[in-house]
Design a binder for this molecule. Structure first.
Ligand code: HEC
Length: 121
């Protein structure tokens, strides 16, 4: 086998191996190897960016100042007591005069996805 034939053969083998990995993932995303908890936090992250980031992440303002409307939520669930977790969950569900409530926005499963993501912050 010449060097260039060998290279082509290797390239084809690599492409086939890659296709074998990629095709089933695309065909059935539910059966990917990622653990369920990772999928959950990914879905929760999407919800967060869709519904919460507007107020809870900094806007681009003059001099690169962080100026969100709501408080920064990093660590909001770090080492919390069950009582505090309940308060935070209720805030998200019911809102406040300055924050909309989301009890009719998310299904219970979607809400748990969101909470799972927020616990990673
Ligand atoms: C319209 C702006 C707005 C949106 C959208 C919004 N928030 Fe808020 N949020 C606030 C403000 C303002 C506060 C500050 C406390 C208050 O006034 O209620 C707050 C407070 C909170 C708190 C309490 C923080 C603490 O330390 O007690 C949590 C938790 C929270 N928001 C989560 C969320 C989540 C999760 C979403 C998306 C599902 C969201 N918020 C969407 C404006 C918003």
């Amino acid at each position: 086998m010449t060097r260039s034939t060998w290279r082509k053969t290797a390239a084809v083998a690599i492409a086939m191996a890659a296709a074998a990995v990629i095709v089933p993932r695309d065909a059935s995303p539910q059966t990917t190897a990622a653990p369920a908890s990772v999928d959950r936090t990914r879905r929760g992250e999407a919800r967060f960016y869709q519904h919460c980031s507007l107020c809870h992440m900094g806007r681009i303002v003059k001099d690169d100042v962080y100026d969100p409307m709501g408080p920064r939520l990093s660590g909001v669930f770090k080492n919390v007591t069950p009582e505090r977790e309940k308060v935070v969950r209720t805030q998200i569900q019911q809102g406040s005069p300055r924050m909309p409530g989301f009890q009719y926005t998310f299904t219970p499963a979607e809400f748990e996805d969101l909470i799972a993501f927020m616990k990673t912050l």
